[in-house]
Design a protein around this ligand. Structure first.
Ligand SMILES: [Zn+2]
Ligand SMILES: [Zn+2]
Length: 306
């Protein structure tokens, strides 16, 4: 419930970015606009936003505070959010495609465009081509990568990745993955390796896929206790880099309009990411299906008149 789109029905007294009737995307990126990190242009790292979590915006009539899941709680007819979390979108933009921009798309595309700044002609590997990974694949295509190698344990997902721009698909179970990747990258290894799954095994395997001077970008989030090990000497001796990317380092009001224009040009695929549509009553079916891991994105249509 943290990827939503809708129409503004009411605004607070100091809100001037949007007005009643505006179509908007609702995200979990809450930022104060004036802390150290916001000043550096990194609102996803805003450190005042966490403090805001302690005073919940939503309250019952008796004043009891209601915690909102992931700062949004958008599995509901209405949401109440800070105005920093929303971005206005054009009236003719469809809300179902728009909601995808709230997290999965900006995380995957942003890791490629904002964090790694992938250069045209590069060799890119994306480990894990689910909801976020597919968007890293299409981000790499938008950036003009020469070779985009999808790596996953499911062949079906590799097939889907090709529809989003992957030039090759390699099953993660192959015997010698690094050798396989080198054979597809003129013998060097990848310039950029994006790990979009939160798996220690996937992260451990990623270091040997980058070329000398290459970089690994960790996007997926393993559990807080998982560790990964690498050879510091190899990193130091070959100018390699390991970098994290949170929420695609997105600046909502900069990135969303760009992505919308790419969508309108037919360059960014959004509709193709939607596997199924459900009503709010069918939410448990939607969640069951999502847990099976076969669908790309399932969408709840809460008010089909919008
Ligand atoms: Zn801030
Ligand atoms: Zn998300």
């Amino acid at each position: 419930g943290h990827e939503a789109s809708g129409v503004v029905v009411k605004t607070g007294p100091d809100v001037d970015r949007v007005a009643v009737g505006d179509k908007v995307i609702v995200t979990l990126i809450r930022s104060c606009g004036s802390c150290h990190f916001c000043d550096q242009g990194e609102p996803v790292l805003c450190d005042k936003s966490a403090a805001q979590d302690e005073t919940h915006l939503l309250k019952l009539e008796d004043g009891t505070e209601i915690a909102q899941g992931m700062k949004t709680a958008a599995f509901a007819e209405w949401v109440l959010v800070d105005d920093s979390q929303i971005v206005k979108i054009p009236d003719d933009m469809s809300l179902d495609a728009a909601c995808l921009l709230a997290c999965g798309v900006i995380t995957g595309v942003g890791a490629v465009i904002n964090t790694a700044e992938v250069k045209p002609g590069s060799n890119v590997v994306v480990i894990g081509v689910g909801g976020v990974g597919l968007n890293a694949v299409q981000g790499a295509k938008i950036a003009g990568a020469k070779t985009i190698i999808a790596v996953d344990i499911e062949d079906q997902k590799l097939e889907t990745a090709r529809q989003f721009g992957a030039t090759h698909g390699v099953n993660a179970g192959v015997e010698k993955l690094p050798r396989e990747i080198r054979s597809l990258t003129d013998g060097y290894g990848a310039d950029y390796v994006f790990v979009t799954v939160g798996s220690q095994q996937a992260i451990d395997s990623s270091y040997r896929l980058m070329r000398r001077g290459g970089q690994v970008i960790i996007v997926g989030m393993p559990s807080a206790t998982e560790k990964s090990s690498f050879l510091p000497v190899a990193l130091a001796a070959s100018n390699q880099k390991i970098q994290g990317s949170f929420m695609g380092q997105t600046r909502l009001r900069v990135d969303i309009p760009r992505l919308l224009s790419l969508y309108r040009q037919g360059v960014l695929k959004l509709d193709e990411l939607i596997s199924n549509r459900y009503t709010l009553d069918e939410i448990n079916l939607a969640i069951d299906d999502t847990c099976k891991g076969q669908s790309l994105r399932n969408i709840l249509i809460i008010d089909d008149s919008l």
